[in-house]
Design a protein around this ligand. Structure first.
Ligand code: ZN
Length: 561
């Protein structure tokens, strides 16, 4: 291995917490430094000034990277902004662990698409080998493949996670099938096919490490990287203010943590005393104990290479893409009004009548099958008007019959999966026509009713849009008075969020509804609404009625508190 000069070590030593200057000053010999570099990837990269595409790997402005790079936790989650150097951190850490022989099997590095794999391999990984011939290049045996490199004893596999079969290896190369690895790194986790995860993790069965790393810019709350972050110990970069001596976290104090000097330029400010703080004086502090994942949140606020004046100008202008600002600069998920239903959209639909116990009908029933049966009963008080009479979850199919009779159900739509046979039998024995519903991507122009098989096919996005619009448009959908069960119903209704997916290979933009929590009542509502197209208007055509507006206003405040 190369030897290092002590002066370089002394320059970088202030930014790592594990070793103290005094400890090192008595041990200046190259062997000792080589040993330190063997166990510490951050020191290895900084002391050797590893050449990245943008220049040598540096400490300044990237102090937050040290703790992440050294972290040996088995499951790491980084919820991050763009261009904060986290991909480099894990590439260098991966190389370090292979070169030092810690990982002897290898690493599976996953990207959303094949194009991402190629881009990464040619624009980031190959230059790293070329620009660091002795330190890295000499360890890499080029296997003449963009997506496979041998490093020391182990292999580095670059794969696309969009197509699950790629994770297991290409069919033509039986050598790649289920080759064991020590670590899986999921880069751009929110863009990845969730089916790739179990396949990838399955390849670590024979490893003594089984390390998992998840990296992404967040998209929507409680989905993807943000869902993992919520289950993590949530490390946030805290900076010691040299003026008031408090530890403060800029990420928790935006926009107060950005202040302007007299000349108009912005600086990172202590949210307690508003004097300037230096991100280099920081440390990672967890917000929770005993979590499943080790979590880090990296935003532009703690990466001092970012131009804070531009960031504050943009924020104050008011004229910017809010979603991208949150996701790509603050490293926070963002949910726009167009993308999902908010609880307030549904509170607005509540009347003052309690949930019904029975009705004259005709009514329509929708059943979502999970561990329990989630049922929604609707009727139609007028043309294009819908009323939720009842919702609830029951344990057995028999109970679902009883409820159907109480509400004089005249049509039902039930989830075709996972219990197709039971669902079909239930429908055949019911006193009302029942259809089994299947979501099919190929179905367009709404629903296709197969009367012979008593099945209905519908495009998932289209039916979810329909119910979204039903809630958003005034006067079309009515809910009973709020109680605990309706509160749960409202939560389920808000747990499906519309997201845009661009297929990087075909460039086709697709919209899909993504689940961010339990969503059984939302699907039961889809089914009940489909069933309602088969029934007539309610015999109880008197609406629940609305409270006068002045009451509604106060009631809404009370409910949304
Ligand atoms: Zn202060």
């Amino acid at each position: 291995m190369t030897t290092w000069s002590f002066s370089i070590l002394a320059k970088s030593v202030n930014c790592f917490n594990g070793l103290r200057m005094q400890q090192l000053s008595v041990q200046q010999d190259p062997d000792y430094l080589a040993m330190v570099c063997t166990v510490d990837p951050f020191l290895w990269a900084t002391l050797n000034e590893i050449q990245l595409v943008a220049g040598p790997f540096k400490v300044r402005g990237h102090e937050y990277q040290a703790g992440i790079m050294r972290d040996e936790s088995p499951r790491i989650v980084v919820r991050k902004a763009t261009q904060v150097g986290i991909t480099e951190v894990f590439v260098l850490r991966s190389l370090h662990r292979l070169i030092t022989g810690m990982y002897r099997l290898g690493i599976l590095y996953l990207f959303p698409t094949r194009d991402d794999v190629t881009d990464f391999s040619t624009s980031r990984f190959n230059p790293l080998i070329k620009d660091n011939p002795e330190l890295i290049g000499s360890w890499v045996q080029d296997t003449n493949r963009a997506n496979l490199k041998r490093v020391n004893h182990g292999y580095l596999y670059f794969r696309s996670g969009r197509l699950s079969q790629e994770v297991e290896g290409e069919k033509t190369s039986s050598k790649l099938k289920s080759i064991p690895v020590d670590a899986c790194i999921f880069d751009e986790w929110d863009e990845m096919d969730p089916g790739a995860q179990p396949l990838a993790l399955g390849r670590m069965q024979h490893s003594e490490y089984k390390h998992e790393v998840y990296l992404a810019n967040p998209t929507i709350p409680n989905y993807g990287i943000d869902a993992l972050w919520q289950q993590s110990d949530q490390h946030i970069w805290h900076i010691r203010c040299e003026h008031c001596n408090k530890y403060v976290a800029p990420d928790l104090a935006f926009p107060d943590c950005l202040q302007r000097r007299q000349d108009g330029t912005a600086y990172l400010a202590c949210p307690k005393c508003y004097r300037d703080i230096n991100p280099a004086n920081g440390e990672w502090i967890p917000q929770k104990d005993n979590a499943k994942y080790r979590g880090y949140w990296v935003s532009h606020l703690i990466a001092s290479t970012v131009n804070l004046t531009d960031m504050l100008d943009e924020y104050e202008s008011g004229d910017f893409d809010v979603a991208n600002f949150y996701r790509l600069k603050l490293g926070l998920p963002y949910l726009g009004a167009k993308e999902g239903l908010q609880p307030s959209d549904l509170y607005r639909l509540c009347s003052h009548h309690p949930m019904r116990l029975s009705a004259k009908g005709p009514s329509a029933m929708g059943i979502d099958i999970g561990k329990r049966l989630h049922i929604v009963i609707l009727d139609k008080p007028g043309e294009n008007k819908y009323r939720l009479l009842w919702c609830g979850a029951v344990e057995t199919f028999e109970e679902a019959y009883d409820i159907g009779h109480k509400f004089n159900v005249k049509a039902a739509v039930i989830d075709k999966y996972p219990e197709t046979r039971t669902a079909r039998k239930w429908g055949q024995e019911a006193d009302w026509p029942t259809w089994l519903c299947e979501y099919r991507e190929s179905t367009h122009g709404f629903s296709h009713w197969d009367e012979h098989n008593q099945e209905v096919y519908v495009n998932r996005t289209e039916i979810c849009d329909e119910i979204h619009n039903l809630v958003k448009q005034q006067g079309k959908f009515e809910l009973p008075r709020l109680n605990d069960r309706l509160q749960e119903y409202i939560e389920h209704m808000c747990n499906l969020v519309k997201t845009e997916k661009v297929d990087k290979q075909t460039k086709v933009v697709k919209y899909i509804y993504t689940k961010t929590g339990d969503d059984h009542y939302r699907h039961a509502t889809n089914y009940a609404w489909l069933a309602s197209t088969k029934i007539g208007l309610s015999e109880e055509n008197v609406s629940y009625g609305k409270l006068p507006k002045c009451f509604r206003h106060t009631r809404k405040n009370w409910m949304t508190m």
